[in-house]
Every structure is written in C-alpha cells, then in structure tokens.
Design a protein around this ligand. Structure first.
Ligand code: NZQ
Ligand code: ZN
Length: 396
C-alpha cells in the first residue's frame, strides 16, 4: 500500500428529520450569529425545507442573509455575489441548502469572503486560500459528495472554463444528510446523481493497485447504486433506496476510497468538465456517456489493467468467469453490461444527443492539457491531447 495522510474534519449527521433541533444546536455550538443561507433555483421552497431551515436559524438567534438562484454548474458570478454579501454584512457562517452546485458555490463563497479580490483568482490558484468562513451543508441530492469533501467546481461562462477549487479549509464543518430530503429529486436528476456516484468510484477503481479495503468499498458502492437507482426511480419515497444512495454518494469524492491505492487523476471528470464548460450539460449524464468509452480506451492502451476489468466484470457486474473464453471477452462483457445499465435508467448514449459536435474537441483537449494533464500524464496510461480528442470522438 502507498503511504497517505488523511484528515476529514466534517461532522456528519445522518437520518430522517436530522436537521430538526440539531441544526439549531450546531449553529449555537459554533457560535454563528450572521448566516448566509444559500440555495438553488427554488426546490427548497417548493418542498418546505426552506421554512424548516429558517425556523432553526431563528431558534439559534441568527441574523439571516440570503443568496438564492445558484445555477446547476454554478457560475463564478454567483460566488462573487455571495462573497460581497458576506463582506458587506460581516457574515460568520455560510449554510448551503441544496445539491452539489449550491454546496460548491458556497465553498467558493466561504473562501472568497476572506479574500481581497475576485473569486476566480482562487479557482485558478487555490493556494491563495489562506482563510475561509465555516460552512454547514444540508444536502438534498445523492450525487457529488460535496457535503463531505474539500473541493468545488466553478464555471466561468466568459472564459468557457469549469474548474475545481479546493483547500483543506473548505471541508464543511457540519453536513446534514436526511434521505427524505431527496424524495423530491426528479427522475432525471436521480439518474444523473447516480451516474456521478458511479463515476467517482470508477475513477478510483481503474488503477493497477487497490488496497483490499478500497476494492471492497468501491465494489459494494457500485453494486449499491446499480441496485437502488431503479428502486428510487420507481418509488421516489422509498426511504431505504434513498438512504443507501445518499450515504454511498457521500463517500465517493473525498479520497477515502483512494487511500493506499495507486493514484488516479480522475480523467473522466477532467474531460466531462470541459464538455460542461462548452455545452452546460448535466455533469452525471456527461460522465455516463464518457465512462465506458474511456475505460475501453485505457484497456486498449494498457493491458496491464486487465485484472481490474476482470474484477469489475465478476464482482460488480456479476458475470461468471467460466462463461467467457478469455479475460478480454469478460472485460468487454463487463463494459457492455455497464452500458446496458445506463440505457435501462434512460441515459442518452451519445454526446451528439445534445447537439455536440467535434468542433471544440481540440480546444477542450488543449485546455485539459494546461489544467488537468499533469496528473493525467502520471496516470495509468500517459494521456495526451490527442487521446482526449479520440475519446470524445468515440462519444459522439
Ligand atoms: O436548484 P434547485 O431548485 O435546488 O434544483 C436542483 C437542480 O435543478 C435539483 N435538486 C436538487 N435537490 C433537489 C432538487 N430538486 C428537487 N428536490 C431536491 N431535493 O437538481 C438540479 C441539479 O442540482 P445540482 O446541485 O446541480 O446537482 P448535483 O448535486 O449533481 O451537482 C452538480 C455540480 O457539482 C459538481 C458538478 O460538476 C456540477 O457542477 N461536482 C462537484 C463535486 C465536488 N464538490 O466534490 C464533485 C463532482 O464530481 C462534481 O464535479
Ligand atoms: Zn462527479
């Protein structure tokens, strides 16, 4: 196993109605007095969650400022707006209520509120983050794991860039996980969230060496998502399904499953963020389209990865080794079964469904080269601009 250092200072509070009284208690515990409440396009008002949160804030004696309307693929303009509210009013805590977009934007707000300059500076160079406001999150969708990691992803429409911001200062202080808050997630977003979870674990899994703990965790996580996504789609208020998806998503993005493994550069995410930056598509859907193509491409380039594909096919997709003439056939059958799963939950098969052509693929590849390629080059197989273009072409 490889050496590692791991520190995840987020208090997780999980369960039905878990914000009740506990949000107030936690706000008092950390001494919050002026809170910026952030949320997205309005789902929290439709579900009644907004009123419950306001009641807790009131009980804790907090003065509340608000930033609503945070977009999916959150814009840096929203981050600047939120940071300005914090600076003008002396806000001392940000409370993000929503999905990954709201939580990500809120992390950037926490950092930008303590920085003398534009928020985008901190996205381009997160080492400039020396201080950040404390963040609480109430996650409303099983997807990104942003509630339990120290990074966010911010979009700049002017420069057509979607880039990560990250710092150990951006771990949420407390995250509330109530599976019932995800009952109202529409089917398409449930699907996109599950595809995101699958990608997070695949990014970590397809390396040569995995610790046994990681292997068991990832395979269990993937099987959980494959089993419970159709259940949550058919029965949106099935607590068991929603709770299993939510907890699995929480563990997907914070590096825990990567401890002791060979490092991964998260190439699927690097590529998908380029596509989102140009075409504003839903993150999880972009990942699902790219994943099987990218995984096949890796194997073409590096047969040394074959044992991982065999494990995936047998342990996750539940195929039998004896039914196949060779490892290569088994590996391919695993990929086909993954594609069948995506199809069965309604994921479009090609990027062209969204009007995407190869027009910007070269530009996307070059952009990854400047922002993401260093780790990619050290990844399982050396990855160049031409590889990115080739994978994207296979997704059309
Ligand atoms: O905006 P509202 O009205 O709240 O509606 C949202 C939005 O339209 C809706 N939604 C969320 N919870 C709901 C709900 N609707 C009804 N009931 C609920 N309970 O779902 C839509 C999508 O929300 P969003 O926050 O965009 O989804 P998600 O959680 O998938 O976040 C995606 C963003 O996170 C980034 C992605 O790139 C993307 O920008 N990521 C963040 C990561 C991180 N911080 O670690 C890692 C991920 O890999 C990812 O890159
Ligand atoms: Zn993701």
């Amino acid at each position: 196993m490889r050496p590692f250092t791991y520190y995840s200072p987020t208090k997780l509070i999980f369960g039905l109605d878990c914000i009740k009284d506990q949000l107030c208690t936690e706000l008092k515990r950390v001494g919050a007095t002026k809170v910026l409440l952030t949320y997205g396009g309005g789902s929290i008002k439709r579900t009644g969650l907004y009123d419950k949160v306001q009641a807790e804030l009131k009980a804790a004696g907090c003065q509340v400022f608000e930033l609503g309307g945070i977009e999916p693929n959150p814009r840096v303009t929203s981050v600047d707006k939120g940071a300005a509210i914090c600076k003008e009013n002396g806000v001392d805590l940000v409370l993000a209520v929503g999905g990954g977009s709201t939580m990500d934007a809120s992390k950037a707000i926490c950092a930008a509120a303590c920085y003398d300059g534009a928020a985008w500076d901190l996205v381009l160079d997160s080492s400039k983050i020396n201080k950040a406001l404390p963040l609480f999150t109430i996650n409303t969708i099983a997807a990104t794991g942003s509630e339990y990691d120290s990074a966010g992803v911010i979009t700049n429409l002017d420069t057509k860039e979607k880039l990560p911001i990250g710092s150990p200062l951006l771990w949420p202080v407390v995250s509330f996980l109530d599976p019932s808050l995800t009952y109202s997630v529409p089917t398409n977003q449930t699907v996109a969230g599950s595809c995101d979870i699958i990608s997070h674990f695949c990014e970590t899994y397809f390396v040569r060496r995995l610790s046994p703990i990681a292997q068991g965790l990832i395979e269990a996580a993937l099987k959980t998502v494959i089993k419970y996504t159709p259940v949550a789609m058919a029965e949106p208020e099935n607590y068991e399904a929603r709770s299993k998806l939510l907890w699995t998503s929480t563990l997907g993005c914070n590096g825990f499953a990567a401890l002791g493994n060979d490092p991964s550069a998260w190439p699927c995410h690097g590529i998908e963020h380029e596509v989102s930056a140009y075409y504003d598509i839903t993150h999880g859907i972009g990942l699902a389209i790219i994943t099987p193509r990218l995984l096949r491409y890796f194997l073409e380039k590096d047969q040394g990865l074959m044992p991982r594909y065999v494990d995936f096919a047998t342990n996750v997709m539940e195929l039998k080794r004896e039914d196949f003439g060779s490892d290569a056939e088994l590996a391919e059958a695993g990929m086909v079964k993954l594609e069948e799963f995506y199809r069965s939950i309604g994921v479009p098969e090609n990027l062209s469904t969204f009007g995407i052509t190869d027009e910007y693929f070269e530009a996307m590849g070059k952009h990854i080269d400047s922002h993401w390629m260093a780790p990619l080059k050290a990844f399982v197989v050396p990855f160049e601009v031409s590889d990115v273009v080739e994978v994207l072409k296979r997704c059309l």
